[in-house]
Design a protein around this ligand. Structure first.
Ligand code: HMG
Ligand code: MG
Length: 305
Protein backbone atom coordinates (compact mmCIF):
# COMPACT_ATOMS: atom_id res chain seq x y z
CA UNK A 1 0.00 0.00 0.00
CA UNK A 2 1.57 3.32 -0.97
CA UNK A 3 -0.39 6.51 -0.71
CA UNK A 4 0.66 9.51 -2.79
CA UNK A 5 2.71 12.07 -0.84
CA UNK A 6 0.78 14.95 -2.36
CA UNK A 7 -2.75 15.35 -3.71
CA UNK A 8 -4.10 17.98 -6.08
CA UNK A 9 -7.65 19.04 -5.29
CA UNK A 10 -9.83 20.26 -8.14
CA UNK A 11 -12.47 22.48 -6.56
CA UNK A 12 -15.73 22.21 -8.49
CA UNK A 13 -18.03 24.08 -6.08
CA UNK A 14 -18.59 27.09 -8.32
CA UNK A 15 -19.57 24.91 -11.30
CA UNK A 16 -20.84 21.46 -10.26
CA UNK A 17 -21.76 22.96 -6.90
CA UNK A 18 -24.05 25.63 -8.28
CA UNK A 19 -25.34 24.23 -11.58
CA UNK A 20 -28.25 22.43 -9.91
CA UNK A 21 -29.35 25.32 -7.67
CA UNK A 22 -32.78 26.47 -8.81
CA UNK A 23 -32.69 30.00 -7.37
CA UNK A 24 -30.46 32.12 -9.59
CA UNK A 25 -27.49 33.45 -7.64
CA UNK A 26 -26.31 36.90 -8.75
CA UNK A 27 -23.01 36.97 -10.62
CA UNK A 28 -21.34 39.23 -8.04
CA UNK A 29 -22.02 36.60 -5.32
CA UNK A 30 -20.46 33.89 -7.45
CA UNK A 31 -17.48 36.18 -8.05
CA UNK A 32 -17.04 36.80 -4.30
CA UNK A 33 -17.31 33.06 -3.69
CA UNK A 34 -14.61 32.21 -6.23
CA UNK A 35 -12.41 35.02 -4.90
CA UNK A 36 -12.69 33.50 -1.40
CA UNK A 37 -11.79 30.07 -2.80
CA UNK A 38 -8.77 31.63 -4.50
CA UNK A 39 -7.37 32.60 -1.09
CA UNK A 40 -7.45 29.08 0.32
CA UNK A 41 -4.39 27.61 -1.42
CA UNK A 42 -6.47 25.66 -3.96
CA UNK A 43 -4.57 25.43 -7.23
CA UNK A 44 -7.47 24.48 -9.51
CA UNK A 45 -10.88 26.14 -9.23
CA UNK A 46 -13.43 25.24 -11.88
CA UNK A 47 -15.13 28.59 -12.33
CA UNK A 48 -18.27 27.99 -14.39
CA UNK A 49 -19.51 26.22 -17.51
CA UNK A 50 -20.10 27.58 -20.99
CA UNK A 51 -23.03 25.25 -21.59
CA UNK A 52 -26.36 26.28 -23.04
CA UNK A 53 -28.23 28.65 -20.69
CA UNK A 54 -31.40 26.87 -21.78
CA UNK A 55 -30.04 23.69 -20.23
CA UNK A 56 -28.35 25.20 -17.17
CA UNK A 57 -29.86 28.64 -16.46
CA UNK A 58 -27.86 29.04 -13.24
CA UNK A 59 -24.59 29.41 -15.15
CA UNK A 60 -25.88 31.70 -17.90
CA UNK A 61 -23.68 34.45 -16.41
CA UNK A 62 -20.51 32.54 -17.30
CA UNK A 63 -18.95 35.46 -19.25
CA UNK A 64 -19.34 37.97 -16.45
CA UNK A 65 -18.25 35.57 -13.72
CA UNK A 66 -15.18 34.40 -15.57
CA UNK A 67 -14.11 37.89 -16.61
CA UNK A 68 -14.55 39.51 -13.19
CA UNK A 69 -13.02 36.93 -10.82
CA UNK A 70 -9.56 37.72 -9.46
CA UNK A 71 -7.15 35.43 -11.26
CA UNK A 72 -4.54 34.54 -8.69
CA UNK A 73 -1.06 33.58 -9.94
CA UNK A 74 -0.47 29.84 -10.12
CA UNK A 75 -4.19 29.07 -9.78
CA UNK A 76 -6.01 27.76 -12.84
CA UNK A 77 -9.66 28.48 -13.51
CA UNK A 78 -10.91 25.87 -15.99
CA UNK A 79 -14.47 25.99 -17.32
CA UNK A 80 -16.73 23.19 -18.57
CA UNK A 81 -17.33 23.13 -22.34
CA UNK A 82 -20.00 21.06 -24.17
CA UNK A 83 -19.41 22.10 -27.78
CA UNK A 84 -17.50 24.41 -30.13
CA UNK A 85 -20.04 27.18 -29.54
CA UNK A 86 -19.17 27.10 -25.81
CA UNK A 87 -15.45 27.04 -26.51
CA UNK A 88 -15.66 30.06 -28.81
CA UNK A 89 -17.53 32.00 -26.13
CA UNK A 90 -15.01 30.90 -23.52
CA UNK A 91 -12.05 31.99 -25.64
CA UNK A 92 -13.67 35.41 -26.11
CA UNK A 93 -14.03 35.64 -22.31
CA UNK A 94 -10.30 34.92 -21.88
CA UNK A 95 -10.51 31.32 -20.64
CA UNK A 96 -7.11 29.58 -20.51
CA UNK A 97 -8.12 26.04 -19.59
CA UNK A 98 -11.19 23.90 -20.23
CA UNK A 99 -12.82 20.59 -19.31
CA UNK A 100 -14.88 18.45 -21.67
CA UNK A 101 -17.30 15.73 -20.67
CA UNK A 102 -18.82 12.54 -21.97
CA UNK A 103 -19.98 9.24 -20.53
CA UNK A 104 -20.05 5.53 -21.36
CA UNK A 105 -23.83 5.56 -20.81
CA UNK A 106 -25.88 6.15 -23.97
CA UNK A 107 -28.92 7.21 -22.02
CA UNK A 108 -27.08 9.61 -19.76
CA UNK A 109 -25.44 11.12 -22.82
CA UNK A 110 -28.86 11.76 -24.35
CA UNK A 111 -30.25 13.25 -21.15
CA UNK A 112 -27.23 15.41 -20.37
CA UNK A 113 -26.13 16.56 -23.80
CA UNK A 114 -28.92 15.56 -26.19
CA UNK A 115 -26.67 13.35 -28.29
CA UNK A 116 -25.25 9.82 -28.47
CA UNK A 117 -21.89 8.89 -26.93
CA UNK A 118 -20.33 8.75 -30.42
CA UNK A 119 -21.70 12.22 -31.21
CA UNK A 120 -20.38 13.59 -27.93
CA UNK A 121 -16.92 12.17 -28.72
CA UNK A 122 -17.16 13.82 -32.13
CA UNK A 123 -18.02 17.16 -30.46
CA UNK A 124 -15.00 16.71 -28.21
CA UNK A 125 -12.73 16.07 -31.18
CA UNK A 126 -13.92 19.35 -32.75
CA UNK A 127 -13.26 21.13 -29.46
CA UNK A 128 -9.77 19.59 -29.24
CA UNK A 129 -8.76 21.02 -32.64
CA UNK A 130 -9.61 24.58 -31.60
CA UNK A 131 -8.21 24.15 -28.09
CA UNK A 132 -4.91 22.99 -29.59
CA UNK A 133 -4.78 26.01 -31.93
CA UNK A 134 -5.17 28.24 -28.85
CA UNK A 135 -2.82 26.25 -26.61
CA UNK A 136 -5.65 25.52 -24.19
CA UNK A 137 -5.13 22.48 -21.93
CA UNK A 138 -8.15 20.18 -21.83
CA UNK A 139 -9.27 17.97 -18.96
CA UNK A 140 -11.71 15.13 -19.68
CA UNK A 141 -14.61 14.06 -17.48
CA UNK A 142 -16.35 10.72 -17.74
CA UNK A 143 -19.73 10.63 -15.99
CA UNK A 144 -21.67 7.72 -14.49
CA UNK A 145 -18.58 5.51 -14.37
CA UNK A 146 -19.89 3.46 -11.44
CA UNK A 147 -23.57 3.50 -12.28
CA UNK A 148 -26.12 5.42 -14.29
CA UNK A 149 -29.55 6.67 -13.19
CA UNK A 150 -31.01 5.39 -16.47
CA UNK A 151 -28.93 2.29 -17.32
CA UNK A 152 -27.76 1.01 -13.93
CA UNK A 153 -24.41 -0.79 -13.92
CA UNK A 154 -21.73 0.46 -16.29
CA UNK A 155 -18.94 -1.74 -17.63
CA UNK A 156 -15.47 -0.86 -16.32
CA UNK A 157 -14.05 -1.85 -19.70
CA UNK A 158 -16.30 0.70 -21.44
CA UNK A 159 -15.05 3.38 -19.02
CA UNK A 160 -11.42 2.38 -19.63
CA UNK A 161 -11.85 2.43 -23.41
CA UNK A 162 -13.43 5.88 -23.33
CA UNK A 163 -10.73 7.17 -20.97
CA UNK A 164 -8.10 5.95 -23.44
CA UNK A 165 -9.95 7.62 -26.31
CA UNK A 166 -10.05 10.99 -24.53
CA UNK A 167 -6.40 10.75 -23.60
CA UNK A 168 -5.41 9.92 -27.18
CA UNK A 169 -7.50 12.88 -28.33
CA UNK A 170 -5.33 15.14 -26.18
CA UNK A 171 -6.88 15.42 -22.70
CA UNK A 172 -4.14 15.80 -20.10
CA UNK A 173 -6.13 14.12 -17.29
CA UNK A 174 -9.28 12.00 -17.06
CA UNK A 175 -11.63 12.54 -14.15
CA UNK A 176 -13.72 9.46 -13.35
CA UNK A 177 -17.12 10.72 -12.20
CA UNK A 178 -19.42 8.80 -9.90
CA UNK A 179 -22.17 11.22 -10.82
CA UNK A 180 -24.87 9.63 -8.67
CA UNK A 181 -22.61 8.46 -5.85
CA UNK A 182 -23.40 4.75 -6.08
CA UNK A 183 -19.81 3.50 -5.96
CA UNK A 184 -18.14 1.58 -3.16
CA UNK A 185 -14.43 1.04 -2.44
CA UNK A 186 -14.28 -2.40 -4.05
CA UNK A 187 -15.95 -1.15 -7.24
CA UNK A 188 -13.64 1.88 -7.25
CA UNK A 189 -10.54 -0.31 -7.08
CA UNK A 190 -11.85 -2.66 -9.76
CA UNK A 191 -12.54 0.33 -12.00
CA UNK A 192 -9.13 1.91 -11.47
CA UNK A 193 -7.37 -1.42 -12.11
CA UNK A 194 -9.23 -1.62 -15.45
CA UNK A 195 -8.62 2.02 -16.37
CA UNK A 196 -4.88 1.92 -15.70
CA UNK A 197 -4.55 -0.95 -18.15
CA UNK A 198 -5.37 1.71 -20.76
CA UNK A 199 -4.04 5.02 -19.41
CA UNK A 200 -1.19 5.91 -17.00
CA UNK A 201 -2.17 6.16 -13.33
CA UNK A 202 -0.87 9.74 -13.12
CA UNK A 203 -3.53 10.77 -15.67
CA UNK A 204 -6.40 9.53 -13.47
CA UNK A 205 -8.51 11.81 -11.25
CA UNK A 206 -11.57 10.86 -9.21
CA UNK A 207 -14.84 12.77 -8.82
CA UNK A 208 -17.23 11.38 -6.25
CA UNK A 209 -20.69 12.59 -5.39
CA UNK A 210 -21.68 11.68 -1.85
CA UNK A 211 -25.27 10.52 -2.34
CA UNK A 212 -24.86 7.41 -0.16
CA UNK A 213 -22.16 8.81 2.14
CA UNK A 214 -19.39 6.71 0.59
CA UNK A 215 -17.41 9.40 -1.22
CA UNK A 216 -14.60 9.69 1.37
CA UNK A 217 -14.07 5.96 1.63
CA UNK A 218 -14.11 5.77 -2.16
CA UNK A 219 -11.41 8.45 -2.26
CA UNK A 220 -9.42 6.42 0.26
CA UNK A 221 -9.68 3.40 -2.08
CA UNK A 222 -8.49 5.54 -5.00
CA UNK A 223 -5.57 6.86 -2.91
CA UNK A 224 -4.62 3.28 -2.11
CA UNK A 225 -4.41 2.68 -5.85
CA UNK A 226 -2.07 5.71 -6.08
CA UNK A 227 -4.49 8.26 -7.56
CA UNK A 228 -3.38 11.77 -6.59
CA UNK A 229 -6.00 14.09 -8.10
CA UNK A 230 -9.34 14.45 -6.34
CA UNK A 231 -12.32 16.61 -7.33
CA UNK A 232 -14.45 18.01 -4.55
CA UNK A 233 -16.80 20.82 -3.73
CA UNK A 234 -16.64 23.11 -0.72
CA UNK A 235 -19.46 22.43 1.76
CA UNK A 236 -20.48 19.44 -0.37
CA UNK A 237 -22.33 21.64 -2.84
CA UNK A 238 -23.34 20.05 -6.08
CA UNK A 239 -25.36 17.82 -8.31
CA UNK A 240 -26.14 17.30 -11.94
CA UNK A 241 -29.51 18.58 -13.19
CA UNK A 242 -29.71 15.61 -15.58
CA UNK A 243 -28.85 12.90 -13.02
CA UNK A 244 -31.99 12.39 -10.92
CA UNK A 245 -31.25 11.49 -7.31
CA UNK A 246 -27.66 12.74 -7.35
CA UNK A 247 -26.62 14.89 -4.41
CA UNK A 248 -23.57 17.02 -3.84
CA UNK A 249 -19.91 16.29 -4.36
CA UNK A 250 -17.75 15.17 -1.47
CA UNK A 251 -17.00 18.24 0.68
CA UNK A 252 -13.54 19.71 0.06
CA UNK A 253 -13.12 20.43 3.79
CA UNK A 254 -13.62 16.73 4.57
CA UNK A 255 -11.16 15.62 1.90
CA UNK A 256 -8.52 18.11 3.07
CA UNK A 257 -9.04 17.09 6.71
CA UNK A 258 -8.62 13.41 5.85
CA UNK A 259 -5.54 14.05 3.71
CA UNK A 260 -3.94 16.25 6.38
CA UNK A 261 -4.55 13.56 8.96
CA UNK A 262 -2.94 10.98 6.69
CA UNK A 263 0.13 13.21 6.25
CA UNK A 264 -0.66 13.85 2.57
CA UNK A 265 0.20 17.36 1.46
CA UNK A 266 -2.47 19.64 -0.03
CA UNK A 267 -1.25 23.17 0.92
CA UNK A 268 -4.86 24.21 1.53
CA UNK A 269 -6.03 26.29 4.50
CA UNK A 270 -9.04 24.43 5.88
CA UNK A 271 -10.36 27.41 7.87
CA UNK A 272 -10.37 29.64 4.80
CA UNK A 273 -12.13 26.85 2.93
CA UNK A 274 -14.82 26.72 5.59
CA UNK A 275 -15.28 30.47 5.41
CA UNK A 276 -15.74 30.29 1.62
CA UNK A 277 -18.21 27.43 2.05
CA UNK A 278 -20.12 29.22 4.80
CA UNK A 279 -20.36 32.33 2.62
CA UNK A 280 -22.16 30.39 -0.13
CA UNK A 281 -24.28 28.31 2.24
CA UNK A 282 -25.52 31.53 3.89
CA UNK A 283 -26.52 32.85 0.47
CA UNK A 284 -28.31 29.60 -0.34
CA UNK A 285 -29.76 29.41 3.18
CA UNK A 286 -28.66 25.80 3.44
CA UNK A 287 -26.50 23.91 5.92
CA UNK A 288 -23.03 22.80 4.97
CA UNK A 289 -22.79 19.10 4.11
CA UNK A 290 -19.23 19.04 5.47
CA UNK A 291 -18.93 16.99 8.66
CA UNK A 292 -15.59 18.66 9.35
CA UNK A 293 -17.18 22.08 9.12
CA UNK A 294 -19.81 21.01 11.66
CA UNK A 295 -17.25 19.43 13.98
CA UNK A 296 -14.83 22.36 13.90
CA UNK A 297 -17.63 24.87 14.46
CA UNK A 298 -18.81 22.84 17.44
CA UNK A 299 -15.34 22.82 18.93
CA UNK A 300 -14.94 26.55 18.27
CA UNK A 301 -11.90 26.03 16.16
CA UNK A 302 -13.17 28.21 13.36
CA UNK A 303 -11.92 31.79 13.13
CA UNK A 304 -14.68 34.29 13.76
CA UNK A 305 -14.00 36.78 10.92
P1 HMG B 1 -29.03 21.20 -27.74
O1 HMG B 1 -30.33 21.82 -27.31
O2 HMG B 1 -29.11 19.87 -28.42
O3 HMG B 1 -28.16 22.17 -28.65
O4 HMG B 1 -28.11 21.12 -26.48
P2 HMG B 1 -28.44 23.03 -29.90
O5 HMG B 1 -27.16 23.07 -30.64
O6 HMG B 1 -29.70 22.57 -30.60
O7 HMG B 1 -28.71 24.47 -29.28
C1 HMG B 1 -29.90 24.83 -28.59
C2 HMG B 1 -29.79 26.28 -28.17
O8 HMG B 1 -28.74 26.44 -27.21
C3 HMG B 1 -29.43 27.20 -29.34
O9 HMG B 1 -30.01 28.46 -29.04
C4 HMG B 1 -27.93 27.31 -29.23
O10 HMG B 1 -27.43 28.49 -29.78
C5 HMG B 1 -27.74 27.30 -27.72
P3 HMG B 1 -31.32 28.96 -29.84
O11 HMG B 1 -30.94 28.93 -31.29
O12 HMG B 1 -32.41 27.96 -29.50
O13 HMG B 1 -31.57 30.33 -29.26
N1 HMG B 1 -26.43 26.76 -27.35
C6 HMG B 1 -25.58 27.40 -26.54
N2 HMG B 1 -25.63 28.59 -25.93
C7 HMG B 1 -24.57 28.94 -25.16
N3 HMG B 1 -23.48 28.16 -25.00
C8 HMG B 1 -23.40 26.96 -25.59
C9 HMG B 1 -24.48 26.54 -26.41
N4 HMG B 1 -24.71 25.42 -27.12
C10 HMG B 1 -25.91 25.59 -27.69
N5 HMG B 1 -22.33 26.19 -25.40
C11 HMG B 1 -25.96 21.06 -25.38
C12 HMG B 1 -26.81 20.53 -26.53
C13 HMG B 1 -24.76 20.19 -25.29
C14 HMG B 1 -25.57 22.50 -25.71
C15 HMG B 1 -26.82 21.02 -24.10
O14 HMG B 1 -27.31 19.73 -23.93
C16 HMG B 1 -26.01 21.40 -22.86
O15 HMG B 1 -25.59 22.54 -22.73
N6 HMG B 1 -25.83 20.42 -21.96
C17 HMG B 1 -25.04 20.64 -20.76
C18 HMG B 1 -25.72 20.00 -19.59
C19 HMG B 1 -24.87 20.22 -18.37
O16 HMG B 1 -24.23 21.24 -18.21
N7 HMG B 1 -24.87 19.21 -17.47
C20 HMG B 1 -24.09 19.28 -16.28
C21 HMG B 1 -22.61 19.21 -16.52
S1 HMG B 1 -21.96 17.56 -16.63
C22 HMG B 1 -21.78 17.09 -14.98
O17 HMG B 1 -22.21 17.79 -14.09
C23 HMG B 1 -20.99 15.85 -14.68
C24 HMG B 1 -19.61 16.15 -14.08
O18 HMG B 1 -19.69 16.94 -12.91
C25 HMG B 1 -18.87 14.85 -13.74
C26 HMG B 1 -19.76 13.91 -12.94
O19 HMG B 1 -20.25 14.27 -11.85
O20 HMG B 1 -19.94 12.81 -13.43
C27 HMG B 1 -18.73 16.91 -15.12
MG1 MG C 1 -20.16 16.10 -10.89
Amino acid sequence: MSFPSQVKIVEVGARDGLQNEKKIIPADIKIQFINLLSETGLKVIEATSFVSPKWVPQLADHDEVFQKINKVNNVSYPVLIPNVNGLQNAIKAGVKEIAVFTTPSEQFSQHNTNCSVAESVERISEIMVIAKEHDIPVRGYLSCVLGCPYEGKISALAVANLAEKLLLMGCYEISLGDTIGVGNPVAVKELIVEVIKKIPLEKVAVHFHDTYGLALVNIYAALECGVNVVDSSVSGLGGCPYAPGATGNVATEDVVYMLNGMGIQTDIDIVKLMLAGNFMMNVLQKSSQSKVNLALQMTNNCRED
